[in-house]
Design a protein. Structure first.
Lengths: 548, 299
């Protein structure tokens, strides 16, 4: 007779081993290393919670300091490789295999360790893809998560930065895995129950809050006039004609400029209420002036943003908040919302090739994907109509019968022809391909595939790739907005003029935009302090963004 | 909210145009003369036709005045050979013409690529400035740009008859990154911008008598402040130097052991000192009115 409960029995053994170092569910910080050695087994699949924002940093530090003689060959399945400890575990031999999604600040070191064979790479995922695999073939046996506070039964309050926690706990705890949470304090009663206590096996009182990176704060003082011009093109040439109301913005300065132009330029164009009313978006401080001016109806967020918590609590008509008054974010739900319920994704990238493929990978940096490809892709499973989706579908396939024609999501890449340090945005060949060769990967790490991209916006104009009928047109449309980059200078002038006549390429003057009007005085806020003032003092910017 | 005439936001030419009487500015050695750096090409770096500084003459309420304005957006407003020579020349002209000078600082200090030439330029400027002041010419520094006033720029500022600063302005010999690199992040965390501003920023410099006037971040506010400062006496002689020496000794004695600007503000009796950085300018001025250290006739 087969034993059908081996996983439940293994969990019982882990809990028993861990209980030696716990009082009830509570594990003292000093006992954390011995506790982890007791509950972890060599080869375990472990989710160490961490994404592009919140980090279970105390648990990460403890894990990185374990004796590899006792705990080794772990298979890490986690959203973000962000802290140095996330890679120290591989350096020390505690972990061996890695499946992840995002690696922003560690992108150079992770590349070096992959080249050096220190890490056995499973795959680089998008957030949703990795979450999905938690439920199919990458289910964690142990989850090390982060919360704000816990009560004595292990009920967790994850606060405004709930993010990945419910997804990780769902996959781990209901499949007989062990869940260990770090919290900043143990309280008699948590402000709200984000994770029920019976799903949480142990709690570590870390005595301090988990680390959060302020990734979505863009200082308006750093927005350039070229970025303002691209933002004007986007608003007048895309948002207005398609009537884009439901959307996601990337984190770059171009989209920050769009947010800051809504109450000024957008107002002047009479677009209030017609565009930008519903967002799947983190609480960008640069959206404060538009929210205050009544542009935005609703925002669902992946996570919170450092300094924004009081503002969000005070604007519960706009944001999702709990009965305790604070924001409830959820990365998985928000990613799904961005994929299925938004009509536009707009964001910047580092490289775009002649087919419109884009990538943030360079030859010695692997930044991962995060969520951009989930937002920045056309969801083939979508069935509900909306005006922008249908209009984009008609652009792409004007001859099909309307009743059988798929709509299209607007997937927009926006940037300057020469980016930071004057590096050209447009390339003949993506560095991602070279990296794939070097690492012997089956797939080059492409952030957004060319066939998902609908428009490219630079200071040179807008290229509508939906209107291109073959690869030649597509290539020339891209070259046509590539300015003085090598790619741009190699354009076929006659063909580019023909594309412009057809409206495939639209220059600022074609849209009635004078580049000299792109002035910083048009921004609804020109400094972080302006944002703070616009929020009525509710936004409390972190020290690193202040200049007072 | 940021003023439409923000000093911090404006470029050097916009500042000069709005600061002086409309249309009165005449530039010396303008960009059309192509006096750019002889050194930058060696490093394959872009040049600017005015080498990042504008010098010339105009009027302020009808009174003739000489002006130099650094462009902080070109190489951080750094001093190179040509950049420095233009300011030296202006100060020598001021001595001959007996006309006051406004220096609109916006600089990180000496341009590293022109190290020796830049250092010599600083020395020449300081000599010319002191000689002009000895001849009775006022030289007033205006500080509120993005690059602040650092390195050699701060030494020159230290020689001026008076300084006008805004909250955004920063004055220090060593910049935050330099201190952190040399003394460690425990000594000074350059990424902690609140720390940077309360140590080097306009409010603190004004509070400890390092600046003589405090202006809103607005070109017209700087103009008003300049008119007030220029009405005062900017003489420089042995008595003034002596008084300045005593003022600095007294300051070092009183505050030399303070670990943080807030300790100093507490010491001079500012109420709720931790609120100082967040205060709006009028409230800030009200609260410190009888508390701030002044130059006491020194400089």
């Amino acid at each position: 007779m087969r034993n059908w409960s081996t996983q439940k029995e293994a969990l019982a053994l882990r809990r028993y081993a861990g209980q030696r170092y716990a009082c009830g569910k509570s594990v003292a910080l000093d006992d954390l290393p011995r506790f982890l050695e007791a509950v972890l087994r060599p080869g375990d699949r472990v989710c160490l919670e961490g994404d592009n924002q919140k980090q279970a940093h105390i648990l990460a530090k403890a894990l990185a300091n374990l004796d590899p003689g006792k705990v080794h060959d772990l298979h890490m399945v986690q959203s973000g490789v962000v802290l140095s400890e996330h890679l120290d575990v591989f350096e020390k031999g505690v972990a061996k295999r890695l499946d992840f999604s995002y690696s922003g600040p560690q992108s150079t070191r992770i590349a070096r360790m992959l080249f050096g064979g220190k890490i056995e790479l499973g795959a680089v995922h998008t957030y949703l893809e990795l979450f999905a695999r938690y439920f199919i073939d990458l289910t964690p046996q142990v989850a090390l998560i982060a919360a704000v506070s816990a009560d004595r039964d292990g009920n967790l309050y994850t606060g405004p930065n709930t993010e990945d926690t419910p997804t990780v706990v769902e996959a781990t705890s209901f499949k007989s895995g062990l869940v260990v949470a770090q919290v900043a304090e143990i309280v008699d009663k948590v402000p709200r129950v984000d994770i029920p206590g019976d799903l949480v096996h142990f709690v570590v009182d870390a005595k301090k809050p988990f680390y959060v990176e302020p990734l979505f704060t863009r200082d308006p003082a750093a927005i350039t006039e070229t970025q303002i011009l691209t933002a004007m093109l986007a608003i007048k040439g895309l948002y207005a004609p398609y009537g884009v109301r439901r959307l996601n913005h990337g984190i770059g300065f171009n989209t920050a400029a769009i947010e800051l132009l809504l109450p000024t330029y957008g107002e002047k164009l009479g677009l209030k209420g017609k565009i930008c009313t519903h967002f799947a978006l983190n609480p960008h401080p640069t959206l404060i002036p538009a929210i205050e001016a009544g542009w935005v109806e609703q925002i669902h967020s992946f996570g919170s943003e450092v300094g924004m918590d009081n503002y969000l609590s005070a604007r519960s008509d706009i944001f999702f908040t709990g009965p305790d008054g604070s924001l409830r974010s959820n990365r998985a739900y928000c990613q799904v919302a961005g994929l299925y319920a938004c009509d536009m994704f707009i964001g910047s990238t580092l490289q775009i090739d002649l087919q419109g493929h884009s990538s943030t990978v360079t030859t010695n940096r692997i930044a991962g994907f995060g969520g951009a490809p989930n937002m920045g892709s056309d969801s083939r499973g979508r069935r509900h109509p909306s005006e922008p989706w249908l209009k984009a579908g008609a652009d792409a396939d004007p001859d099909a019968a309307a009743g059988l024609r798929r709509g299209r999501k607007l997937v927009v890449q926006i940037g300057e022809t020469f980016g930071e340090k004057n590096v050209p945005l447009f390339v003949e060949r993506l560095d991602a391909l070279e990296l794939a060769d070097k690492l012997d990967l089956d797939l080059a790490p492409v952030m957004i595939y060319g066939d998902d991209v609908s428009h490219i916006i630079t200071e040179d104009g807008i290229a509508n790739l939906l209107l291109c009928r073959d690869n030649d047109e597509r290539e020339q449309a891209i070259r046509g907005v590539a300015g003085y980059t090598d790619v741009g200078r190699a354009r076929d002038r006659k063909m580019v003029e023909r594309l412009r006549a057809r409206g495939v390429i639209r220059r600022p003057e074609d849209l009635g935009i004078d580049p000299l009007d792109a002035d910083r005085r048009m921004l609804a806020a020109r400094s972080i302090k302006d944002l703070m003032l616009a929020s009525g003092g509710l936004y409390q910017p972190p020290s690193r963004f202040r200049n007072w | 909210m940021t003023s439409a005439n923000s000093w911090y936001e404006a470029g050097a030419r916009q500042r000069v145009a709005a600061l002086l009487d409309p249309g009165s500015f005449v530039e010396f050695i303008g960009p059309e003369q192509r006096e750019s750096s002889p050194h930058l090409a060696i490093f394959d770096l872009p040049e600017q036709f005015d080498d990042g500084i504008i010098v010339g003459r105009g009027t302020l309420e009808g009174r003739r005045i000489l002006v130099a304005a650094q462009e902080g957006r070109f190489m951080g407003g750094a001093f190179g050979e040509v950049h420095g020579a233009k300011l030296t020349g202006l100060l020598r002209a001021a001595r001959s013409l007996r006309e006051p000078v406004l220096i609109l600082f916006d600089t990180g200090g000496v341009r590293l690529q022109e190290a020796n030439a830049g250092e010599i330029a600083i020395a020449e400027i300081m000599r010319a400035l002191v000689e002009a002041r000895m001849a009775g010419v006022q030289v007033v520094g205006l500080i509120g740009g993005r690059a602040g006033c650092y390195g050699g720029g701060s030494l020159i500022a230290g020689c001026c008859s008076a300084l006008i600063v805004s909250e955004q302005g920063r004055i220090s010999v060593s910049g935050p990154e330099v201190i952190e690199t040399n003394r460690g992040v425990e000594e000074f965390d350059s990424r902690d911008r609140a720390l940077v501003w309360r140590t080097m920023g306009g409010k603190h410099r004004y509070l400890i008598g390092g600046a003589d006037a405090f202006a809103d971040d607005d070109v017209l506010a700087f103009r008003e402040a300049a008119l007030i400062v220029l009405a005062e006496n900017g003489r420089l002689d042995a008595d003034v130097l002596e008084a300045e020496q005593q003022r600095l000794e007294h300051r070092l004695h009183r505050f030399g052991k303070a670990h943080d600007a807030i300790d100093i503000w507490t010491d001079i009796g500012v109420s709720e000192p931790t609120e100082i950085p967040g205060l709006a300018n009028d409230e800030f001025l009200r609260r410190i009115a009888d508390k701030r250290e002044t130059a006491n006739g020194a400089r």
